[in-house]
Design a binder for this molecule. Sequence first.
Ligand code: ZN
Length: 141
Amino acid sequence: MDGFLGAAYALHHVAALVSLSERQDLGRAVGDAGGTWFATVDGKGRGSAKSLTGEEVAVTDRRFAPTLFLYDNYPGGIGLTAPLYDLRKELITRTRDLVSACGCKLGCPACVGPILASDEVRGYSPKQASLTVLQLLDSAD
Ligand SMILES: [Zn+2]
């Protein structure tokens, strides 16, 4: 989950740059392809899954189809997402380049988003998890 949330964070920033828009013009979400839940980052920096009604849910099915959504953040849309979909390969490549080139070791707000102090202590790398997800996205399609 951390890999998807980190990849979404980085893709969101690159998508705003590529589409010449503000970051808040686009929304992002990670969820199941079936639309039964989505993940957000809570105030403590950890991803949690919620139902469509906003209730916290436990994701117990390891076979879920993780899906990363970038969407137009305006009701009815202002035409940002169709061009981004057409540029998805470039978007993923540029995002992989951004994360790979970042000078941090485990992840930071300049690439995959803030990481927890506990991740630093145990050497867990949200950055590497995000790069793995981006690599899988790059090889798909
Ligand atoms: Zn970084």
